[in-house]
Ligand binder design. Structure first.
Ligand code: DI6
Ligand code: FE
Length: 400
């Protein structure tokens, strides 16, 4: 067997679901051929007579699957530093939103930005993620709130994947907020009408909505989800972030890929998600920024065996976060997730939240996306704050 590249003398966290925990392999190797993993296992199990164009010895460094940030709003205009100051002075997120700030202030900045400007500002943020070993991101629209601006955002998102060696999954979040210029029913109809065109242009891989008292009701979300499923697109939901709208169960009813946030989800919601195979995407960055005190129902998610993923939620309002490693630390410190849950949450389970079967584990046949770390044990990825131990990032077999 002739490989393109082989990484030798590594410790692997394969995340192979057939193995317990992180699927650790000591004295391991990973080999790539044509951008796919041709071998991932103990060096002793390499086929006899193997050969490789390039051999890299890692001196015991760790290899994990490339990290996946499965919930971002990384494409957006402007920032909300002024509102951050208002919150410091005592105003709440909902108060600011109801007064026309919040999401709507980012809508104004996004509508005013050109596609090139959106790409440029997103790249600055994306590069911080890539520097931490991220090889795939999900990117939502939702700050355009009309057909032209939503399309512009999704085009900008797709361009990120051409400007950098990163996988991009796009999500249409037209139902993020009610635009100032449209009535509720008319806007929901408009969102539903945008879905087939975005799908036909290849601009949306999924459809998301914000189900919340300050955003859209369960009935409105159901309308959008019905249109998405009719167009052949899977759905996801910003569910139960600020109050229990029974969003988790609603998402499950539509076979959602994921229900995200979930601070106010109850036991029934977790059970419904388990039944549908809907992934729980926890976003401790937004929890932290909003100084939320209601924890997502982590024990119920565990009890019902709901897969748990983690993401930055990178957005200008509630999560101005461009570090997935920081999120991993928050997941431990704020949510008390285990190291195994956290590492799985940014690899295998994040891939599941995107229903992307080709990434997220180190298994023969998968896309060769790797993060190589200068660490002695996986807990080091989680326990340090503001320290990046990435040694190398590999996507489709190519090192940066
Ligand atoms: N929930 C969030 O945390 C973000 N969107 C959402 O539906 C917040 C977006 C923003 O404040 O700009
Ligand atoms: Fe979000």
């Amino acid at each position: 067997m002739r490989y393109d590249t082989i990484w030798l003398d590594a410790r692997l966290a394969t995340l192979d679901p057939a193995r317990p925990g992180l699927g650790v392999i000591e004295h391991g190797a990973v080999a790539v051929a044509d951008g796919r993993i041709a071998f991932a296992g103990p060096i002793a199990d390499l086929p006899s007579g193997w050969d490789a164009r390039e051999r890299i010895t890692l001196d015991g460094r760790w290899i994990t699957p490339g990290l996946i940030d499965c919930h971002t709003h990384i494409v957006h205009g402007g920032d909300r530093a002024a509102e951050f100051e208002m919150r410091l002075a005592g105003k709440s997120y909902e108060e600011i939103a109801r007064a026309g700030g919040g999401i709507l202030s980012t809508v104004r900045a996004t509508r005013n930005a050109s596609e090139d400007q959106l790409v440029a500002s997103a790249l600055a943020r994306l590069d911080r993620l890539l520097a931490e070993g991220v090889t795939t991101i999900e990117v939502k629209s939702g700050y355009g709130l009309n057909a032209d601006s939503e399309t512009k955002m999704l085009r900008a998102a797709r361009r990120l994947g051409r400007e950098r060696n990163v996988g991009v999954a796009t999500t249409f979040l037209g139902a993020h907020a009610l635009p100032p210029d449209t009535g509720r029913a008319a806007y929901i109809d408009a969102v539903c009408a945008m879905i087939p065109a975005l799908k036909a242009e290849g601009l949306a891989d999924a459809v998301d909505a914000f189900g919340e008292t300050i955003a859209f009701s369960p009935e409105e979300v159901a309308k959008v989800f019905t249109a998405a499923r009719a167009a052949g697109l899977p759905v996801k939901l910003h569910a139960d972030q600020l109050s229990n709208q029974h969003g988790a169960a609603l998402a499950a009813r539509f076979d959602a890929l994921s229900a995200d946030h979930l601070e106010y989800t109850d036991d029934d919601g977790a059970a419904a998600m388990a039944g549908a195979g809907t992934v729980a995407v926890l976003l401790p960055g937004a929890y932290y920024v909003l100084r939320e005190t209601k924890l997502p129902p982590i024990d119920a998610l565990r009890r019902h065996k709901v897969p748990i993923a983690l993401a930055t939620d990178c957005n200008p309002g509630t999560a101005p976060v461009t570090s997935l490693l920081m999120i991993m630390n928050m997941a431990a410190t704020l949510f008390r997730l285990t190291i195994d849950e956290i590492v799985a949450g940014v690899t295998r389970e994040a891939a599941r939240a995107l229903r992307h079967a080709d990434i997220g584990t180190l298994e023969a046949g998968k896309q060769c996306d790797l993060a190589i770390w200068d660490i002695e044990r996986p807990a080091e990825l989680v326990y340090r704050i503001g320290f990046n131990p990435l040694y190398a990032r590999v996507r489709r077999g190519a090192t940066d």
